[in-house]
Design a protein around this ligand. Structure first.
Ligand code: CS2
Length: 487
């Protein structure tokens, strides 16, 4: 690190940090979990004790481990409020492994009797599934590899199956699998995926997992943009300490979990504001559709309109009015609110969160992996509108904006760096040429994204065609203005 950060002493683990041993293995440790779950867990240990230290696992790169290890896995969590920053040091992460360096060490850790929970934030694409059905994709290269070389898993489902198998064979109890990704009925979906894979490995393992292992569904929420070098420099200037891996987050946070932990073993999460409920679905629908759905809308339309961040996008009245229209007329009317929640107030609070100028959340970052995000964020709302006899033209415009974004060329003719496992396949639809109607048909034919009943609905196809024609004719911002709903 050059600049001021390079001259400062390295961040150290504070003396008053809870001295817990490891009780949780977290797959896919990144900024989000360190700014969300890990902070809740640390607070729970401070209040009620318990050995809930976290062993983080990176399933791909060593970068985060290399940054955290010299500071004993402590890191700064910077809360970026509209009025300024508040800092704290996160200490619940006790160690980290990089799976490709030593998959056996990861399995050993997961099979340790002291580990009671394996949590995950591996992003939507880490589950190797088809998002339209939630089913495992057996042709996924990581799953093919996991079946071929069982002792050296690559995928998250592969690690879960192998580790559970070790526990079963050692006569140990199962751990709770706590999925913390933005997927619909995330625990149930992951359970289905793990069982599919386990069945292929060993029928008895699948039977054991089915009987012994709990996969509670969760809803997680906190806006955590990727940390930049500028953030690291700014923090060093402010604190005179060099932290190579701080996390940046908004003040708001919410975690709703179904209280079904194996053997009831969990940190005292209720003491720190986590909502432990019977049924997460209404919370998850509210969050995935109201927040993530409009986040994706701002990502695609905002990017095409030249807005670099969410707060820049929302500062344009065309886009903020459009988002208000989506909530009021196309998203909230088909939602069932969680007990005691006023969805209009929830949407108003979201608008304030998006406008927070302290958070520089890039539209490009949110636009990533749209092929895996669209179903749960947008297509559910579209399907329910259509079923109610209403054509959701604003949501069609968002899907059309995703189509245009994934063409790889923006409104000025510049290239877009599209990050998506399906990027080549999506761009090929445009390269094959044809009318805009052909393009829409090409997208709708992707069964992993669009469920057959929706792709076959003429109202869906015609609505998308109309939206794409408008978008190509007049551009994202002018297309959005047509829907503008004043505050
Ligand atoms: C975002 C989410 O990057 C994205 O796709 O929509 O990461 C979002 O910031 C979080 O889900 C907020 O809880």
């Amino acid at each position: 690190m050059t600049g001021i950060a390079g001259d400062c002493p390295r961040l150290a683990r504070p003396d008053d940090a809870p001295d817990s041993t490891i009780g949780i293995v977290h797959l896919g440790l990144g900024a989000f979990f360190r700014a969300h779950g890990a902070l809740y867990i640390e607070e729970a240990m401070r209040i009620s004790g318990g050995d809930w230290g976290i062993l983080g696992v990176s399933l791909r790169h060593p970068d985060l481990r290399d940054r955290l290890a010299p500071q004993n896995y402590a890191y700064t969590a910077c809360e970026l409020g509209p009025g300024g920053e508040a800092l704290r040091i996160g200490t619940a992460v006790r160690s980290m492994l990089v799976a490709p360096e030593d998959p056996g060490a990861v399995l050993d850790a997961m099979a340790d009797p002291a580990v009671k929970i394996v949590s995950l934030t591996v992003t939507e694409k880490g589950y190797c599934h088809a998002p339209s059905t939630g089913k495992l994709d057996f042709a996924h290269p990581d799953i093919v590899a996991d079946l071929a070389d069982p002792q050296r898993p690559k995928s998250a489902p592969g690690f879960l199956c192998r580790a559970l198998d070790r526990r079963r064979k050692a006569g140990l109890s199962s751990f709770t699998v706590l999925c913390c990704d933005n997927l619909p009925e995330n625990g149930a979906m992951l359970r289905g995926i793990v069982l599919e894979l386990a069945k292929r490995m060993d029928e008895d393992l699948a039977v054991w997992i089915e009987a012994e292992c709990s996969f509670p569904c969760t809803m997680v929420d906190r806006i955590v943009p990727a940390t930049t070098d500028a953030d690291i420099e700014r923090l060093a200037e402010r604190t005179d300490v060099f932290d190579a891996a701080p996390v940046m987050h908004e003040p708001f946070r919410q975690w709703v979990i179904e209280d079904r932990f194996t053997g009831g073993a969990r940190p005292d999460l209720g003491a720190v504001g986590v909502e432990l409920v019977e049924d997460v679905r209404p919370y998850e629908h509210m969050k995935l559709r109201c927040l993530n759905g409009t986040h994706s809308a701002l990502a695609y339309l905002g990017y095409l309109a030249g807005a670099e961040t969410v707060s820049e996008a929302i500062a344009r009245t065309a886009l903020s009015g459009f988002i208000r229209h989506l909530w009021a007329n196309e998203i909230i009317p088909v939602l069932t609110p969680p007990p005691g929640v006023d969805l209009n107030a929830y949407a108003d609070a979201l608008m304030a969160r998006y406008a927070n100028p302290g958070i520089r959340h890039r539209t490009w970052q949110i636009a990533m992996d749209g092929s895996l995000k669209l179903p749960q964020r947008l297509l559910g709302s579209i399907a329910e509108n259509l079923a109610a006899g209403h054509a959701p033209e604003g949501l069609f415009l968002v899907v059309a904006a995703w189509m245009r974004y994934t063409s790889g060329t923006d409104e000025k003719g510049d290239a877009i760096d599209v990050r998506d496992p399906m990027a080549d396949r999506l761009r090929a639809i445009w390269e094959n040429g044809g009318s805009l109607a052909d393009i829409v048909r090409g997208y709708l034919a992707i069964g992993e994204i669009f469920p057959a009943f929706l792709a076959a609905d003429p109202a869906m196809r015609e609505g998308l065609e109309k939206a794409l024609v408008t978008l190509m004719d007049i551009g994202a911002e002018k297309a959005a203005v047509r829907f503008e709903l004043a505050s």
